[in-house]
Design a protein around this ligand. Structure first.
Ligand SMILES: [Zn+2]
Length: 307
């Protein structure tokens, strides 16, 4: 989304950007576009994230001809639209379409005299040297106010919340593991799988006895603990894998598996890489089997899952 915003405000050469200017902006600034009731979903989503990224996008003035005077961040006091209303702009021959170059002459500000008392801050802005041979550019402001060209990586690093790395990180995320397996492992470690006990909490009033029955064994309550691996069905798969991969010392619950793997989670030794792959794959196929039974009413024989 931040990349789309960058594409628009930097007028990146693309058909989509041309289309956006033609149908949505019509030469207005992206930062000035209101969200209407009839705004389509995708455009609304893009407009809604503007407050998150706006302060990171900074205009570096070249000729000043493409930087919106009131809406872009080109000075520490921007956006200037927070001081001057549209009516006041229009009264002095300026508008929402005005660019920085419109108020600079011979590298000096030419603000309307009538504003000297009401908007003194405009007259105190640092002078800007216009270079007619350079176009304006959009940069990304990082922490510490350093600027650099926009990239999705830099944007992501600035916006995301960085928390403390969890101890099971290397068990879940690895260049060897299939991404969808890693994602499921991540959900399991965070206990975020949509097991039936959690679903019943969400729909508390709607809970019923049928929903609470494990679809693999038709006996236990479907919880994280049950699936990994108190359930007789998943436990048989786990015991089979445990034997093959020489992991007999691990008991049959998820916490034991994690505790046993963690000290070796960073290991590049083939046996540990394969063990991590196998555990992730097994968890994935157990969860896939539940979903196949729930949504498609399809049952796979235990033997085929074990293999
Ligand atoms: Zn079960």
């Amino acid at each position: 989304m931040a990349f789309h915003i960058y594409s628009i405000i930097s007028k990146r050469k693309s058909l989509w950007v041309e289309w956006v200017y033609l149908h949505h902006l019509r030469e207005r600034s992206l930062w000035d576009i209101p969200i209407q009731n009839n705004t389509c979903w995708s455009w609304r989503k893009l407009l809604q994230i503007r407050p998150i990224v706006r302060n990171f996008f900074v205009s570096k003035i070249g000729n000043g001809e493409s930087t919106f005077l009131w809406y872009n961040n080109w000075s520490e006091h921007c956006p200037l639209s927070s001081y001057v209303t549209t009516r006041q702009m229009n009264r002095e021959g300026l508008s929402i379409y005005s660019k920085v170059a419109d108020v600079i002459q011979d590298n000096r500000w030419i603000w309307p005299d009538a504003w000297r008392d009401i908007f003194p801050i405009l007259f105190q802005l640092n002078p800007i040297t216009i270079d007619p041979h350079k176009v304006d550019t959009i940069l990304w402001k990082k922490q510490g106010d350093s600027m650099e060209p926009f990239s999705t990586k830099v944007a992501w690093d600035s916006i995301r919340r960085t928390g403390q790395r969890v101890d099971w990180y290397n068990m879940v995320w690895s260049s060897f593991t299939i991404p969808r397996h890693s994602f499921l492992m991540w959900l399991i470690c965070r206990r975020k799988l949509a097991t039936q006990d959690r679903i019943q909490q969400w729909y508390n009033a709607m809970g019923n006895a049928n929903m609470m029955c494990c679809l693999l064994c038709n006996r236990g309550l479907e919880t994280h603990e049950h699936l990994f691996f108190e359930c007789p069905y998943s436990n048989q798969i786990w015991v089979s894998l445990r034997r093959k991969m020489d992991m007999n010392q691990i008991d049959g619950n998820w916490e034991d598996v994690v505790t046993w793997v963690l000290p070796h989670a960073k290991s590049k030794r083939l046996i540990w890489v394969i063990r991590k792959l196998e555990i992730a794959a097994m968890a994935y196929f157990v969860w896939q089997e539940i979903n196949a039974r729930f949504f498609n009413n399809q049952l796979r024989r235990l033997r085929s899952l074990k293999s």
